[in-house]
Design a protein. Structure first.
Length: 225
C-alpha cells in the first residue's frame, strides 16, 4: 500500500477520496442549513442534537482529518506540479481552452480554507467547542448566532463570495476526483463534467439561500447575544 503515499497516482487517489468525502459532508450540511428557511425551531433542535455529544465529536474529528488530508495532498501535488514544469499535472492544464477553475484550484482552495476558519470562529467555536469545554456562554440554539450574522450585509457578501469560490472549486474538483478513482473513459468524462456543474450549483444555491433569505426576507426578532 506504499504506492498510496509514495506515488503520484496514489497521492491523487487519496486527494480524490478525501475530496469526495468532503462533498458528502457539504451536502449534509446544506440540507441542515436549508431547514432554517422553513423553521428556526427545527434548526435549533438539530443544532442541539449535534452539540458536544460523542457522535458529533467523532464526526468532527473525522471531518477535520478529511480536510487536513485533502489540504496536505493538494499542497504536495501543487509543489510537485510546479517542480515538474507541466509534467504529471493534477487539476492544472497548459491548454488555453482549459477552464479558469482548473488552473486555479489551489488558490480557490486557499480562499475556501480562509473562509472556513472565519466560519468556525463565528459559529462552531461559540457552539460545539464552548459546549465541549463546559463554557457557561456556550450557545446550543444555532439561530441565535445565524440570524444576527446574516443581518449584517458585510457577512452576507463574504459568505456569498466564498460560495462562488466553492462553486468554481467543485465544478472542476468533482469530476476530476471521479476521474482519478477510475471513471475516466471517453463516454463518462463528458457526463461527469456536466454532473459536476449540476452538483456544484445545487450545493452553492442551497447554501446561498440561507443568508439571502435572512437578510432580505426575515422580519422577525433578532437575538441579542
Amino acid at each position: 500500500m506504499s504506492w498510496l503515499i509514495n506515488s503520484s497516482v496514489g497521492r491523487k487517489f487519496i486527494m480524490s477520496i478525501s475530496g469526495l468525502f468532503l462533498i458528502l459532508f457539504l451536502l449534509f450540511h446544506m440540507v441542515m442549513n436549508i431547514v432554517m428557511v422553513f423553521s428556526f425551531e427545527a434548526y435549533d433542535m438539530i443544532s442541539a442534537f449535534l452539540g458536544a455529544n460523542w457522535y458529533a465529536i467523532a464526526g468532527t474529528i473525522v471531518l477535520a482529518a478529511g480536510f487536513i488530508i485533502h489540504i496536505l495532498y493538494a499542497s504536495i501535488l501543487t509543489l510537485q506540479n510546479r517542480k515538474a514544469r507541466g509534467k504529471d499535472r493534477y487539476a492544472v492544464s497548459n491548454n488555453k481552452d482549459a477552464p479558469w477553475s482548473s488552473k486555479n484550484m489551489y488558490v480557490l482552495g486557499f480562499a475556501i480554507l480562509a473562509f472556513l476558519v472565519l466560519h468556525m470562529v463565528q459559529l462552531w467555536y461559540k457552539m460545539q467547542f464552548k459546549e465541549l469545554i463546559g463554557a457557561a456562554d456556550a450557545i446550543s440554539h444555532g439561530s441565535k448566532l445565524v440570524i444576527p450574522l446574516f443581518k449584517n450585509p458585510i457577512n452576507v457578501i463574504i459568505y456569498l463570495a466564498a460560495f462562488v469560490a466553492l462553486w468554481f472549486h467543485l465544478t472542476h474538483g468533482f469530476w476530476s476526483a471521479l476521474h482519478s478513482v477510475g471513471w475516466n473513459n471517453t463516454i463518462w468524462m463528458k457526463r461527469l463534467k456536466n454532473i459536476s456543474y449540476v452538483v456544484a450549483t445545487i450545493l452553492v444555491v442551497g447554501y446561498a439561500v440561507v443568508p439571502i433569505y435572512i437578510y432580505f426576507f426575515y422580519n422577525g426578532p433578532i437575538p441579542v447575544l
